[in-house]
Design a protein around this ligand. Structure first.
Ligand SMILES: Nc1ncnc2c1ncn2[C@@H]1O[C@H](COP(=O)(O)OP(=O)(O)OP(=O)(O)O)[C@@H](O)[C@H]1O
Length: 281
């Protein structure tokens, strides 16, 4: 059993880190194996190797256009890698192993693997004609095949978790951007994914609404067992939530480590330059 390890640094917040995260023996929940992605001559991802352990919180930072969203889109199965493989919970995305050979995965297989991944994007894409409760119940009903009562119970629990229990009968148009994003988080969580992927979840929000969404994500992260990949331009948030921070530039992982190392003792010049832009603000 893993033992939570309390870690305090730089007068910063108290973090809970899963000790097992850094042990080589833990079977990763997500594996990128030599993944490349090109659009014509543009090589957006170059030989990415990345393991994410169960429960591990990984923040991805880096300049605009460095390939962070592309890395996420591959995991969401919205894009196919040009080369390499990705595994989630031991199952290949895009490919299957048949007689030890890689063959193209069918839709059924993809659907199954995708069920392990929850996604929250910049834009919430809620169904405007459905109440908040219906928005969150929809996938448990239609994808998991739960009864109406079971789906409702699960949805209400999730909406309570993101602080929106009193809004279940409201429609998306009646909510603030921050509240809509919290619904989107509940909608992803209700499927009980093993991995949650957040792609700049606050970048479309008015500044005064950013905090409430980040607080919800932090609270979910602190609960533990679910792995998270967080793409963010919020450096304080990355520092507070992540067990490991990856600095991405020009399609490669340039540097990675615990937040303390990345934000206080960055090694590469590129990371130092990148961080200095944030420190000026
Ligand atoms: N479908 C596509 N066709 C062609 N080029 C693309 C496509 N999608 C992304 N790109 C290019 O890939 C590069 C990486 O884009 P990506 O969105 O992954 O970067 P990013 O690090 O997430 O940037 P940001 O922080 O601004 O969101 C960019 O040069 C982008 O123009």
């Amino acid at each position: 059993m893993s033992v939570p390890l309390k870690l305090i640094y730089n007068e910063g917040p108290t973090k809970t880190v899963n000790k097992d995260v850094h042990k080589a023996t833990v079977k990763p929940i997500v594996t990128y194996n030599n993944v490349c992605k090109s659009y014509g001559d543009l090589h957006v991802l170059k030989n990415i190797d990345l393991n994410i352990a169960p429960g591990e919180k990984v923040a991805l930072i880096g300049p605009s256009g460095s390939g962070k969203t592309t890395l996420a889109r591959l995991l969401m199965t919205l894009e196919e890698p040009t080369d390499g493989t990705i595994e989630v919970n031991g199952e290949l995305l895009w490919h299957q192993r048949v007689n030890n050979k890689l063959v193209k995965a069918n839709e059924k297989h993809l659907h199954q693997v995708r069920g392990n991944i929850g996604m929250v994007f910049q834009h919430f894409n809620l169904f405007p004609h459905m109440t908040i409760l219906r928005n969150v119940m929809e996938a448990p009903r239609n994808v998991l095949g739960l009864s109406k009562e079971e789906a409702k119970e699960r949805a209400i629990t999730m909406l309570e978790r993101v602080g929106l229990a009193e809004k279940i009968d409201a429609y998306p148009a009646q909510l603030s951007g921050g509240q809509k994003q919290r619904v989107a988080i509940a909608r992803a969580l209700v499927m009980r994914p093993k991995v949650m992927l957040f792609d700049e979840p606050t970048s479309a929000l008015d500044p005064e609404l950013v905090g409430e969404v980040l607080e919800v994500i932090k609270a979910i992260a602190a609960e533990g067992e679910m792995a998270m990949l967080l793409i963010t331009h919020e450096m304080d948030f990355a520092r507070d939530v992540a067990d490991r921070v990856l600095f991405f530039d020009q399609g490669r992982i340039i540097e990675q480590g615990p937040p303390k190392k990345i934000f206080i003792n960055p090694e590469s010049e590129r990371l130092q330059t990148f961080l200095s832009r944030f420190n000026k603000h």
